[in-house]
Ligand binder design. Sequence first.
Ligand SMILES: Cc1cc2nc3c(=O)[nH]c(=O)nc-3n(C[C@H](O)[C@H](O)[C@H](O)COP(=O)(O)OP(=O)(O)OC[C@H]3O[C@@H](n4cnc5c(N)ncnc54)[C@H](O)[C@@H]3O)c2cc1C
Length: 427
Amino acid sequence: MTRLRRDPRAERAAIQVATIHVAAGARPRYDRTAKGAAKGAALAADGRSRRDPRAERAGQRVPGANRPRFDLSQVVAGPAVRGEMPVVGESRQPAAPKIVVVEDPAFLVAVVPDAAGGRLSGHDRQVLGAARMLAGREGGVVVVSAGPCEGCGPAGADRHVALAEPGADPAARAAVVAAALEALNPRHVLFPESLDGGDLARRVAVRMGAALFDNAEVVAATGLVRPARGRRVEQRAAPGLLATVAADAVPDYGGAPREARAVTVETVPAPASNLLSAERIPADPATVPLALAEFVAAAGNGIHDLDLFRQVVAALHATPGASRVLCDAGLMPRHSQVGASGTVLAATCYVALGISGAPQHLQGIAGCEHVVAVNTDLHAAMIERAGLAIVQDAQAVMAALLGLLEQEAARHAAGDPASGDRTGAAS
Ligand SMILES: Cc1cc2nc3c(=O)[nH]c(=O)nc-3n(C[C@H](O)[C@H](O)[C@H](O)COP(=O)(O)OP(=O)(O)OC[C@H]3O[C@@H](n4cnc5c(N)ncnc54)[C@H](O)[C@@H]3O)c2cc1C
């Protein structure tokens, strides 16, 4: 049963006596007779329903268990219709967040992300957060990426310029980006202080003849701050045209998603490159440092068959990781430890096999975009953190997964065009 939520303010407003002439300072008067009370009650009947946590909890109970077990993944939100309890599993669709639209920004703050593979990195998102701070309410943030780029709106971009991919030559990319920036005429331009982003920022600075404030650790409209002389000096400057932002120095944008409206600008064709060749060197996922790995599969105390785990990791083209328990026991190397006292990941996808999700471990995967958990305990913290959870014995899941991957590899070897690309890790 649900009770109705009263709204005392609306009830009082309903019985307020209308005054034709309200003198300054006149007190409001209320009709507290039976008629007024009926009016207020009618209003209460139209009110929103109230949650009944006890009934919701009962709805989450897993049937058949000896001791009471509750399936908390079945989050039962308040009843959608007054007087009706929602059925477990029939969770209410949350309303889509409102998209912020800046129709006519007073000025622009441009962000040139690394966006390798058309996806914003964690560092890129932080730079967008810094750009939003500089843009404030009036300004607009525009992402200038080479080719398409996913997830710009939720990361805080009001506009998006997708430039034609200028190829592997950094000089050509700098020429195209500098031309686009000149066309956009932004007030500030931010780059990530990463290997590629830092290099591009310096090339663009030379092309545009503008000073670059590099490695900013504090970004605010009042000034940018960077460390100097081995962190013994802190340099502050007013925000100029070009700056790079240090990694993990500023938070991501945490507000409502923004429009990221696609705009086009006139730019120059990429100049002729003097590179003789540029070949992509496929990284060996088994040896890539954990902090740089895109796709990590990790084992915890719930994994008994570590040989099977290693086979699955190899078949998935993932980088192996582990919880501290396995590293302490010497079952996995120390450098594979994920967590606060191990390695903090920046992976796109993390598969946690038999890992409970202790706070120290979860700190290490806070930046992972997609988390898949396999655990026998429905209530493990890792299951709650995961976007995809499999409540099963990890050994059985690994064996089934390995079988599927081997079938897929055989189909690929036989030249079946429907089989997936076996070279990409996270594919
Ligand atoms: C100062 C400090 C720093 C720490 N730093 C780290 C750190 O950096 N990284 C880290 O990982 N830990 C760290 N820890 C340890 C952390 O608190 C946990 O003890 C540890 O993460 C637990 O590892 P686990 O989840 O593998 O093991 P357990 O806690 O034992 O969990 C095992 C999980 O496996 C599940 N399971 C059991 N059998 C199966 C099965 N057959 N199939 C599927 N699932 C199964 C269980 O339900 C359980 O959820 C730190 C602790 C301290 C005090």
